[in-house]
Structure formats: structure tokens, C-alpha cells
Design a protein around this ligand. Sequence first.
Ligand SMILES: NC(=O)c1ccc[n+]([C@@H]2O[C@H](COP(=O)([O-])OP(=O)(O)OC[C@H]3O[C@@H](n4cnc5c(N)ncnc54)[C@H](OP(=O)(O)O)[C@@H]3O)[C@@H](O)[C@H]2O)c1
Length: 238
Amino acid sequence: MAHTAVVTGGSGGIGRATVEELAEDHDVVVHYFSDEAGAEAAVEAATDAGSEAIAVQADVSDRESVADLFAEARSVFGGVDTLINNAAAPPESGFESRSAESIDRMVRVNVNGVMYCAQEVVEGMTDRGYGRIVNVASTAGLHGSPSDPVYGATKAAVAGFTRSLAKAYTADGILTNAVAPSVTDTPLLSKQRREEAAELFPQNRIADPSEVADAIRFLVSNSYDSGKVIEIAGGRYL
Ligand SMILES: NC(=O)c1ccc[n+]([C@@H]2O[C@H](COP(=O)([O-])OP(=O)(O)OC[C@H]3O[C@@H](n4cnc5c(N)ncnc54)[C@H](OP(=O)(O)O)[C@@H]3O)[C@@H](O)[C@H]2O)c1
């Protein structure tokens, strides 16, 4: 029987590439927040690859909304074997004038959301003695993010949470790891940022979402390691 994966933010970018990657051997719950059309397109791609897939809307910063998302996943597929915590609010400029609401919202989406989703799956994974959790952090959380220190802090929290969750649950069969991409070619980036950023990398290009999804696939297929945060940065930080 195919494993079941929940991919948060599966409606576009890295999440969409991950849905396509996992559809080869997973049934997939494509979570989305606002982009219903993107989620339906991801479902179609997963179905074409032979997976059973559904799209489910939720706000990951809202605990009840997250509970509803996983209740739907369990009712359709019976359980969740693989969680990809990919959804996040994008970086914002203007730290000095940032409102308290804007900071709270980013922390709730990027940190609380990852924790709420993990809370929903650990019991079932522990019962089955099998689980894979891959969190999407960022090099912004490992090396700092001068353009948005709040975003950088939330991604550092995701890396720390990954290690703590691994310490707490690896003995139960749940392997928790993270990827930390650097600049990746998703709709989140402006054309100007894409061109400027390319020069930062030895290969003179930013990552393709499929290259991040490859690393996520590796961590999902992995049967031993836990607590790793793998940078996908094209040699930028060597
Ligand atoms: N692109 C990069 O350069 C880069 C670099 C390092 C790390 N990352 C990380 O990679 C992950 C994917 O980003 P991406 O570049 O692929 O951008 P993206 O396409 O904008 O993905 C972000 C996803 O998060 C979802 N989302 C936003 N707010 C949400 C909320 N309140 N509740 C639930 N979902 C919410 C969005 O859903 P809807 O579209 O449906 O609203 C979207 O699918 C993020 O964790 C990001 O921080 C990206």
C-alpha cells in the first residue's frame, strides 16, 4: 500500500515540485492556503503520476484549521506517514517599521504552523513505528538574513525544532530532518532578485525547485539519519 504524504504549501514552488516527486510512491494531500487553482493543478500532476491525491485548504497558523486538515487526511487515507512542512510566509523588507501584527503573523505561520502540523502526526507515526518529517528551513536561518531578520529567526527556529523533534521521536521510528534552501526559482522571487541572486552562486544560477525536492525525496527515502539540516546552496557557503 502506498504511503500517504501531507505537503503543506503544495500549491506552488518547492511544495509543488515535492508533490510531483513524492507522487511516485505516495498518495498525497496537497495543502494550500490561498492558491486553490495551483493546488488543483498539483493534484492533477500527482494523479497523472499514479497517485491518489486531494487538495485541502488550511491556515497553518490556526490550530483548529490545522486539526481539520489532518482530520481530512486521516479520514480519506487512514493515516499520515510523511509530513513535508513547507508552507511559510515570504520574507518582507523594512524591519524598522514592521508592525507587531506582521511579526506575529510571520512567527505564527513559519514556526507555530510547523509545530502544529508535527503535533498532528507524531501520535499516529509512533503507533505505526514509522514516520518521516521533513521541514523546509532556509539558509537565512543558518547564515542570517539581513533583508528580513524576522524571517531569518523563524527559519533558525525551524532548524532547532527539527533537531529537538529528532531527539524526541527517532527512537519511535520517526525520522525528522530539514532542508535549508538558498535562493530558489519560485514565484516568490521577483525577476530582478532572480538575476541579482544568480551572481552569488558558483554556478551562476539559483536552485530549481526540483533540486530542493530531490533533497526532500532523499530525506523521505532515508532509513537511518535524523536531525539533519541539509543546505541546498550550490556551493555558496563553502
Ligand atoms: N524560494 C526561495 O528562495 C526559498 C529559499 C529558502 C527557503 N524557502 C522556503 O521554501 C518553502 C516554500 O517556498 P517557495 O519558495 O516555494 O514559495 P511559495 O510558492 O510562496 O510557497 C509558500 C507556500 O506557503 C503557503 N502559505 C503561505 N501562508 C500560509 C498560511 N498562513 N497557511 C498555510 N499556508 C501558507 C502558500 O500557500 P498558497 O500559495 O496556497 O497561499 C505557499 O504554497 C518556504 O518554507 C520558504 O520559506 C524558499
